[in-house]
Design a protein around this ligand. Sequence first.
Ligand code: ADP
Ligand code: MG
Length: 923
Amino acid sequence: MTKSKLTTDQLAKQPVEQFYQTLQTDQNGLNDDAAELRLKAVGPNTIQQTQSRSQFKAFIKNFTSLMALLLWVSGLIAMFTGMLELGIAIWAVNLINGCFSYWQEHAAQKATDSLKKMLPTYTHVRRNGVTKQIDATELVPGDVFTIQAGNSISADARIIAATALQVDESALTGESVAVDKVPAYQKGAGKFAEQNVVYAGTVAVNGTATAVAMQTGMQTEFGQIATLTQHQKNTVSPLTAELNRLTRQISLIAIMIGLIFFVAAIFFVHYPVAKSFVFALGMIVAFIPEGLLPTVTLSLAQGVTRMSKKHALVKELSSVETLGETTVICSDKTGTLTQNQMTINHVWLPDHEYTVSGEGYVNNGQIQLDQQPVHLADHPALATIVRVAALDNDTEIQAENSTKPKIIGTPTEAAHLVLAQKSGLDLNQLRQRYPRVQELPFDSDRKRMTTIHTQPNNAGAIIYVKGALDGILAISDQLLENGHARPITAADITKINAANQRYAAQGLRSMAIAYRNFDGSQGLPADTADCTIQNTEQHLTFVGLTVMADPPRPEIYDAVDKCHRANIRIIMVTGDSPLTAKSIAVKIGIDSEQVRVITGDELAKMSDSKLQAAVKGEVIFARVAPEQKYRIVKANQHNGEIVASTGDGVNDAPALKQADIGIAMGVTGTDVAKDAADMILTDDNFASIVAAIEEGRTVYSNLQKFLLYILNSNVPEAIPSVLFLFSRGLIPLPLTVMQILTVDLGTDMLPALGLEAEKSEPGIMDQPPRARTAHLLNKSIIWKAFGWYGMVASLLSTVAYFFVNYLHGWPHVALAATGNVYVMATTMTLAAIVFCQIAAAINCRTQVTSVFKIGLFSNHRIWFGIGFEIILIALLMYVPVLQGLFNTTGIAGRDWTLLFCIPIPLVLIEELRKAVVRHQIAK
Ligand code: ADP
Ligand code: MG
């Protein structure tokens, strides 16, 4: 392809034929080979991200934290005051720790980055004359593609045909008022003002259009400015804020304790200042929860990865915590609670009810009347219905293989196409005989769609309408009977509504079909091109109903049950009719028969305070416009609820943004909705929301387990120093500074990480949502860490110290802080702490459930961590260089046996405590 050197404006000005020639394309689009060649030539249609994060800065950051600085300084002091080995060791530990933190952050970043790749944008493009769905990155100049309300526009393109197209260009211009785009060229004032050009990075908010791509990727206007304005937004999530606060508070306490120790070491034990300083710093470092933030980030990122495997893509890490707090889910019905596998199983006419056999989108049934096959020629009214179903339709079914056809469009319309097929119509032939001249696209406010067609044999144009019954009845004044239109009567309307209600009560959803002759009467314009919603959708002739079944998703029953046990309320918000909505809600167990159904009209008249009162109880919203969802979300939030809300359309965006968790449908959702949402469901399934909430709760609970684990070892790390100080140095230090660092930054690291991979504890969805005000580090954890786990470990490690001394003739031999016995005793103290931590790792895995029930070995990472811990401590004991640095020595086989016995009673005692707690909960 010769690359055109014309500017966008010049291209937009050319006559259409010449324009096609310049881009070497036509209305049928490119063929696949040409498209492939062009893709090679111009590259993929993507905006390249400039690497704005400096990896180097991110790396260095881990060595300049408060704790790291303390360690650098204390290492330096140690080096200059004759404790060279200690100084080097402290630095080494600091280095390892910093690298580890960096690795955690990096891994977390990688996890979130890879999620972005899982959110593709699709474009419907014409290639070889057929419409197909491609990844927007494969779009090339010359491609003819269609735009629908809700699509994000992925190339700079010229409009060839358009109906009521409006584009939000705020991403480019900052102007949030949507602008009209039409096929005719007009320059307009300023940049981006060409009326027949749409730009990449903007979104269609209304209407439909066909466009031809002129520029893609970095060649687009958006690509040109994107390079200038790319920046990463860094919002501080509530959890991060809390962690920062927590780290600061604990650090402050640690520094205070360190100061006390420093003074006590000088005055009680008469240590030299430098030695006292290093000693005190050891304590400070032991207490500062240095690895907390990177660990939490990684843990959230891992949670996000796990969620993505359960079909929930989360955009920001902070959503993980909000999910765990969710108290109310405002959910769509169609496709979220139901399968969105519409099948028309009845066609209702005032004088007949036809049944349609066969299931789903596979064309394997037929239309019957009293169990006899129907021939359309004998049933003119049915023939009209079928024709409207086929023609007033923007969907295509591509039968790639007969079992699972691909739908380009919506399931509701696909069901209507299948109806036409089942009646024996040839769709292509029909479309040629009744070419479409105008469309008034579906929107969820009108809840209907209109198309205008020319009829064969010079019969003039005809207007076809399909949509929600109530709306269509309101604009119909005729009824088709025995092939003739006659004025519609009150009795007719009663009869139609009765039929509709009978279907709705069975959970079926019906759609009304109507038509109007384009005969210039009653306000119709002279030209079909001037048809608008206002002048066209009136004086209709009502024909009948198409009745669809959309069965609930099979997983829904379980998910709803889980929500109820977890005290999460579900509020159905649907555009469907009140009765259908209620029938489905009762069927899947969301609501009881007593549920209050509020319609969109009622809602519009309700005051905010009435609405707030209403959403406290059992309630369903039906026939609502998407804009009204926003009010429902707000009313719930006013009541103190944490609200998750689903949405798919353009007009759902405000509600999605307002909700604490906005959830967009990945399959049927528009790009606008996906953009506004915090989470995207790749399978549109309500059950995936519940799975994500469960995962959110699990991540939080695992963080608490992690916190409990790392905090509890602080006690046995501190107690030896307390003993030493309070005996005025009479009892030599049972645990040296380097040994404290070993536990804190060495052996604890991997088992702690293992805790974050813990699966959901059974019963996690049997608890009410945690309060927004709840603290990560709550009283129960503080008590358990310091008063229970920590105390036991201190006791055992102190016993270990004195026991070794006792074996070697305490007190005479061991009072000196040197010599073989002393080293042996400190080694045993260290090892005892490590083995207590092994028990703690196992005990922290559950809050109340028995670890034997979830499987003692079910978390491999914990055991990997424990294995690492034991190897590390053995290395410290037996590798000569390390022995010197860490003040350790080899121990006897008998001592090892003793150590390996430590965890057993600890785990068993804790199991007993958990059993008691379980018993209390059950009561
Ligand atoms: P829900 O909130 O359950 O997802 P929708 O917003 O999809 O419902 O649809 C609301 C109503 O709009 C439907 O009950 C139906 O009457 C009408 N409707 C839906 N899709 C179409 C369509 N393609 N053409 C005409 N009317 C439609
Ligand atoms: Mg919908």
